[in-house]
Write a protein that binds this ligand. Structure first.
Ligand code: MV4
Length: 498
């Protein structure tokens, strides 16, 4: 692989991730190009860039997703490489191919790797030969009801029907028993056809109460692949992550090594290059199963940076230049604990409804162990056209307890006015006994969160708060915390804030 220094980098993205990528580029002496839609004209990432080009109106389909326009800007400005960030064109093989054809480096994996991992069935097929554990289920797409029934009886109900072209929870359907199978299968196929233009579905045993654990991998063009440990992202609602942490509170060093090595095998199965994330489910018996691989830098990458001391964007750029990874697996170690929360302009008291508007007040927290990756400033309006994420708040500590305490302090110091945000929900989570103990799974929100816990109007909460207060006054310590889990976190929180 020929080495080529990148002198000018175009970031084909917006908001916090565009800014985050450009910061690393600048530190490396690489000049930066922003592309922006008319809605983002005054955004910080546009001002930060050395050069900036407007690529069209606000809707992504007319700006951030138009491959031809981006390639043209690369030509006009003599750009050496493009970083796609996450979302938009980051996992689009056609974009990578168009850049390659134009002689521009795509900071990411090959179109082949993106194509295989973008098809969930092709991905399972590819990793199987590498001994990576898979959830029991169909080998390929199910051809009809007869095959589906046969597989379902073998693996036993409940089962999950998934769309091959889906991913991230899209196009999934749980089937609890035989009589439901026919209708569920027909619906799943027609939904997949409508949503993805591909009606292929497959069946897996339904894993109850799983934890979402993903492993960061980094690969160079010389065949070296390392794992940068795991992130736990089990606090989600509607398949949208809200809280992420590294390392997971439940992995032993032995399990971490096995999952890390499985993730490396997944990467090797497609000759992966660059930063990637291998997603696993961990069941209640701590068996892990490969789910999918995300072929991009992820939103939650900062927690990995905090515990490894590495800059993933710099590594991506070095790898894209043809450099070898500057470390071996044995050089890597976990330092402390990091937590990230996503600050969305959404109202957690109102079913997380988007609450876009103007940031009349915006003052992010500061201080030891606090990092804020954001793309907004006070007075800016959050555009309706894109993801409503305002910022990511990341804390690091020597221990998980310290990272949590820092997060609580940082959330309390975060001043956002003009829109409702997910901050109160995240504060609730930090205070919740199940989270504090690390005893949570992907059903955390469903099992523990009700909007009433945020406004103090819930009588159950008030009672529980009173009971805990009484316990504290009586001088009881730990055991007082063993009351019903639902009531714990928010009550302690309210108590402390009085
Ligand atoms: C599953 C599952 C249970 N059993 N597969 C959702 C996102 C996609 N990447 C995989 N997902 C799931 N696959 C089997 N066989 C449960 C989920 C799942 C989930 C996974 C990770 C994080 C949150 C989740 C929420 C609901 C369901």
């Amino acid at each position: 692989m020929a080495k080529k220094k990148i002198k000018k980098l175009l970031v084909a993205n917006r908001g916090e991730i565009a800014l985050r990528v450009m910061r690393s580029a600048r530190e490396m002496g690489i000049s930066t190009v922003a592309v922006y839609s008319e809605a983002d004209r005054h955004a910080p990432f546009v001002r930060f860039a050395d050069e900036a080009v407007c690529i069209g109106p606000a809707p992504s389909k007319e700006s951030y997703l138009v491959i031809d326009k981006l390639v043209q800007v690369c030509m006009d400005l003599q750009v050496d490489a493009v970083h796609p960030g996450y979302g938009f064109l980051s996992e689009n093989g056609a974009f990578a191919q168009a850049l390659e054809k134009a002689g521009v480096i795509f900071v990411g994996p090959t179109p082949h790797a993106m194509k295989v991992m973008g098809d969930k069935l092709a991905a399972k097929e590819a990793v199987k030969a590498f001994g990576v554990p898979l959830v029991p289920g169909t080998e390929g797409a199910v051809s009809g009801l007869e095959e589906a029934m046969k597989v379902a009886r073998t693996i036993t109900f409940p089962i999950l029907i998934k769309a091959a072209a889906g991913g991230g929870g899209k196009g999934m359907r749980v089937v609890n028993a035989e009589p439901e199978l026919k209708e569920s299968l027909e619906r799943a196929i027609s939904e997949a056809q409508n949503a993805f233009g591909d009606g292929s579905v497959f069946i897996e045993k339904y894993v109850a109460g799983p934890r979402h654990i993903e492993v960061q991998v980094m690969a160079d063009t010389h065949g070296n692949v390392c794992y940068l440990f795991e992130r736990e992202c089990s606090v989600q609602r509607r398949h949208q992550k809200v809280v992420e942490e590294a390392p997971s509170a439940v992995l032993t060093p032995e399990l971490r090594k096995r999952m890390g090595e499985a993730a490396v095998a997944v990467a090797k199965s497609v000759d992966y290059v660059g930063a990637g994330t291998v997603e696993f489910l961990l069941d209640e018996q701590r068996n892990f199963y490969f789910m999918e691989m995300n072929t991009r830098l992820q939103v939650e990458h900062p927690v990995t940076e905090m515990i490894t001391g590495l800059d993933l964007v710099k590594l991506q750029i070095r790898v894209a230049e043809g450099e070898k990874l500057p470390f071996a697996q044995s050089d890597l170690a976990i330092n402390g604990h990091a937590i990230e929360i996503r600050v969305y302009a959404e109202d957690p008291a109102n079913n997380f409804l988007p609450d876009i508007g103007t940031l009349t007040t915006y003052r992010p927290p500061q201080g030891p162990g606090v990092r804020v990756d954001d793309g907004f400033e006070e007075g800016m309006t959050i555009p309706i056209h894109y993801d409503p994420m305002i910022a990511k708040l990341i804390t690091h500590g020597a221990t998980r307890e310290e990272a949590i305490a820092r997060m609580e302090r940082a959330i309390d110091d975060y001043a956002i006015g003009g829109v409702e945000t997910t901050l109160p929900f995240c504060r609730f989570t930090m205070g919740h006994e199940a989270f504090r103990k690390g005893a949570y799974d992907t059903h955390f929100v469903r099992d523990h969160f009700r909007p009433e816990v945020l406004d103090g109007s819930d009588p159950v909460e008030e009672q529980a708060a009173a009971a805990i207060a009484a316990g504290i006054l009586e001088g009881r310590s730990g055991p007082a915390m063993a009351a019903p889990a639902v009531a714990q976190g928010p009550s302690l929180w309210k108590l402390r804030r009085r």
